[in-house]
Design a protein around this ligand. Structure first.
Ligand SMILES: C[S@@+](CC[C@H](N)C(=O)[O-])C[C@H]1O[C@@H](n2cnc3c(N)ncnc32)[C@H](O)[C@@H]1O
Length: 255
């Protein structure tokens, strides 16, 4: 199964024909961005919080398959299933049955691991290897939600990695807070709220990653023209790189 067949699946019209499956959660353009990034960077460990209809998971898995390298762990508790199943033309008993069906159909089982997991009960899913790319697309991404994500996942991030947070760039107080936090990180300072109630080990990991890294904050915002789901129109990209003068992560530098 190919890239093209996954695109066709994402572009299938919903039952009411008002939008495509990819437009239900507004990921109809971002899915290509993250596909391309995975092709370029060839990560080993990718984590997605919130599988939904699989718009991004399937293209991320396809990119890993084309790289023949890496694995995506995607989790969902099925909370939205009752509403999103109404968009599908075929009937499935559960969200798990639906997603396992598409994983088999697109032959992606070797590159995508799907787990039913409730992030409300435990905000953390730990792949037990440093995360190269994290896509947070479940839960609240208001300021408190962003703090929760950074507290939980910063200690798990690789020294050369990316965190994507759905919608935070166009939720104005999340935008302002993230600008402030990233500015503090680049001045080697950690806002106290990010360290509260963490273990000594987690605090040490956050200290290490902040102390040794350069953080870039990119606001991927979408033009409103022809955008069906106007609320789902941005993704915040926090790019973490070691402080260095060359790219040393298997990237050729002209010297
Ligand atoms: C925005 S959708 C994900 C969209 C998907 N990433 C895409 O590419 O289109 C959010 C998903 O998160 C799931 N979700 C909501 N709350 C959750 C929780 N507490 N734990 C795990 N999944 C949750 C919902 O069931 C829904 O499928």
């Amino acid at each position: 199964m190919s890239f093209k067949e996954i695109i066709d699946f994402n572009n299938t019209l919903t039952k009411n024909k008002k939008m495509t499956l990819a437009e239900v959660y507004g990921k109809e353009k971002f899915c290509y961005f993250i596909y391309s990034l995975i092709k370029m960077q060839q990560p080993e460990v990718v984590v997605e919080l919130g599988t939904g209809l699989g718009t991004c998971s399937l293209l991320m898995g396809q990119a890993l398959k084309e790289n023949n390298k890496g694995k995506l762990l995607t989790v969902d508790n099925g909370k939205d299933w009752d509403s999103i199943k109404t968009h599908l033309n075929k009937k499935y008993k559960s969200h798990e049955e639906f997603f396992n069906y598409v994983l088999n159909k697109f032959k992606l089982k070797d590159f995508i691991q799907f787990e039913k997991f409730d992030l409300e009960i435990a905000p953390l899913i730990n792949p037990n290897k440093p995360i190269d790319l994290l896509f947070c697309d479940a839960l609240d991404t208001g300021p408190l939600g962003c703090i929760k994500i950074l507290k939980s996942y910063l200690p798990l991030m690789n020294n050369n990695s990316s965190i994507f947070i759905d919608r935070a760039s166009t939720i104005n107080h999340s935008y302002l807070m993230l600008e402030n936090i990233i500015n503090s990180f680049n001045n080697n300072k950690i806002p106290q709220v990010l360290l509260a109630n963490l273990t000594q080990e987690e605090i040490q990991k956050i200290n290490e990653i902040v102390g040794n890294s350069k953080f870039n904050l990119v606001h991927l915002v979408e033009n409103m023209h022809k955008k069906v789901n106007k609320l789902q129109n941005s993704t915040t990209w926090i790019k973490i790189e070691p402080v260095d003068v060359l790219f040393t992560n298997n990237v050729y530098n002209s010297l």
